[in-house]
Design a protein around this ligand. Structure first.
Ligand code: FUB
Length: 339
């Protein structure tokens, strides 16, 4: 929701109608990637700040500098801020804009995956490694080779393989790439052309690199066709996430400029995925970003909105709400504020 349409919102009333409240309110947090590691919930969010950078369509005002990990003993417990887990000043290749991260756990090590702008102004994705799920994390000296754009989400499959999904348009620069190559002249497709697609790559055993050339992830409509750019209430924009439910792979994402969290279902981690609907209707704030995590047999959507900051686009707060699967595997759409 654009900031100019929020002037008349009664935020006290909105907060009363919200289906959930911010998990923490002493700092702003966004883009939550939630995981259940060793019987506890860990949330890896962006740490929103007001850095005084003017608003633009490329998201320069999202000028985040560090990451804090939030932990919860259970879904109803207090959310604990574990302090700074990684700072941009400690990442040799990254200049600024520590955007939506994710994390993974393997063989007793914890891996924080994060996008940032490098010194040439391009987003890339880095990895930092730690011994604890809350950090601190030590960054690798260089970004992942062949990585680009934003919003990494790392999925661990049941066979022990890990896959990274990534990509985001506008500020996330995905429109500048075709077949993994950058060109300044590349732009968004025109409305009648096929929409841009998210990207996936399998990770190496040490989770520090891609094992293969990244591939496009196909999201198809019910007739088996790719969405067009004009289908912007269904096509991919940013915020990829993958989870597995009842043996099926669910790829979920934000439609960006239409503000929906949607999902598509497939039979393997590479897709294709067939569009099935919306998980979350628009929240207060322009962006919508989420993750889906199973905790003790129930499934939860971690998401954010800008209710605490009274609608400031780049000052968001992480929330959580339970999601419900129907018997056919579809997900009931959540309305973030009761009518
Ligand atoms: O937090 C910065 C950017 O906003 C994220 O990378 C996008 O997904 C959007 O939420």
């Amino acid at each position: 929701m654009p900031e100019d349409s929020i002037e008349h919102i009664d935020f006290d009333d909105l907060n009363d109608r919200a289906i959930s409240q911010p998990l923490v309110n002493h700092i702003y947090t966004a883009d939550p990637s939630a995981h259940y590691f060793n019987g506890k919930i860990y949330i890896y969010p962006s740490h929103d700040i007001d850095a005084g950078v003017p608003f633009d369509d490329l998201g320069s005002h999202f000028a985040m500098e560090d990451y804090h990990v939030i932990s919860m003993d259970s879904i109803t417990s207090e959310a604990v801020d574990n302090g700074v887990a990684l700072h941009v000043q400690d990442v040799p290749w990254a200049e600024k804009q520590m955007w939506a991260p994710d994390a993974a756990h393997k063989n007793g090590k914890y891996y924080l995956f994060f996008p940032a702008r490098n010194y040439e102004g391009r987003f890339q994705i880095g990895v930092a490694v730690g011994d604890s799920p809350t950090g601190p994390f030590s960054p690798q000296p260089k970004a992942i080779e062949g990585s680009y754009s934003i919003d990494p989400a790392v999925f661990e499959d049941e066979d022990g393989s890990y896959y990274m999904y990534f990509g985001g348009i506008w500020g996330g620069q995905l429109q500048k790439y075709r077949n993994n190559s950058y060109a300044e002249t590349n732009e968004l497709p025109i409305p009648e052309e096929t929409a841009l697609l998210p990207i996936v790559a399998k990770m190496t055993d040490d989770l520090l690199q891609f094992v293969e050339t990244p591939k496009a992830v196909q999201i198809l409509d019910a007739d088996g066709n790719l969405f067009l750019e004009k289908d912007n209430d269904k096509r991919f924009f940013e915020a990829a996430w993958l989870h597995k439910y009842n043996g099926k792979y669910y790829f979920s994402y934000s439609t960006g400029d239409t503000h929906y969290i949607c999902y598509a279902i497939g039979d393997n981690p590479y897709g294709p995925f067939t569009y099935r609907g919306r998980i979350l209707n628009p929240v207060i704030g322009w962006t919508s970003h989420h993750s889906i995590c199973e905790v003790e047999g129930k499934w939860y959507l971690f998401y954010h909105d800008s209710s605490l900051s009274k609608g400031v686009t780049h000052l968001r707060s992480v929330k959580v709400a339970e999601i419900t699967y129907r018997s056919d595997g579809s997900i009931e759409t959540l309305e973030p504020y009761r009518k």
